[in-house]
Design a protein around this ligand. Structure first.
Ligand code: MG
Length: 220
């Protein structure tokens, strides 16, 4: 008897999307972290269990005393591809959303010192809030979008995607030289400056021009 279970690719992607995240993609954020800008995109991954959606709760883990917000433009991949040309990258985009790359900054700082990976600092459950998508046709220019984060109604981050070091299309091309991109994959494209700590009870509101905003609450 054949017991092998084969799931269609699209189903796998829906149930377990891959979260590719880009570090230091805005010069002013790299500067505030006192980190040099990378010469090629700096990619790390989060598990799909980090995803939460609008009105969800970010659980602040006991292992960290300093969880930071990072508001980011998120690209949703719509089509399978490998070695995608930058000039064709737009064809592989399904849509966009606003997202948050929650980061246990204290754990990350220790990992950086030791040259260890960021998986723990970045990968806790609920550490990848994601807003509702808009189709790519709703976005005129992904490199000219106001991007903002408010905590309890106070603006903490306010930037523009034009300040990305590597563009959305460059990131898709680069990632696809390593990973076969699949429908449903998400690329968190990095954060502008202004990152800072989140506390129990804080209400975070992330927004990007022309997209549904994302509201989450932090809980210890
Ligand atoms: Mg980030």
């Amino acid at each position: 008897m054949d017991t092998q279970i084969v799931l269609p690719e699209s189903q796998v992607a829906i149930h377990s999307p891959r979260l590719f995240c880009i570090g230091r993609n805005y010069a002013a954020h790299a500067a505030e972290m006192k980190s040099p800008m990378p010469e090629i995109p700096m990619v790390f991954l989060k598990p799909s269990t980090a995803l939460i959606r609008n009105n969800g709760v970010v659980e602040l883990p006991l292992q960290s005393d300093e969880v930071h917000h990072e508001v980011e433009l998120v690209v949703v991949i719509g089509k399978k591809g490998k070695h995608i040309n930058e000039s064709q990258a737009a064809d592989y985009v399904e849509g966009y959303a606003v997202g948050l790359d929650m980061t246990a900054r204290d754990i990350q700082a220790k990992a950086k010192k030791k040259g260890h990976p960021w998986s723990v600092a970045k990968g806790f459950d609920t550490f990848a809030p994601l807003g509702d998508f808009v189709p790519k046709s709703a976005v005129n220019d992904p490199q000219n979008l106001g991007i903002k984060l408010l905590i309890n109604g106070v603006t903490r981050q306010s930037g523009n995607t034009r300040d990305m070091h590597f563009s959305v299309h460059e990131l898709i091309a680069y990632c696809s030289t390593i990973f076969t991109l699949l429908p449903g994959d998400l690329i968190y494209t990095g954060t502008p400056e202004g990152v800072g700590p989140v506390h129990d009870g804080d209400k975070l509101e992330a927004s990007i021009e022309g997209m549904p905003s994302l509201s989450v609450t932090a809980r210890r």
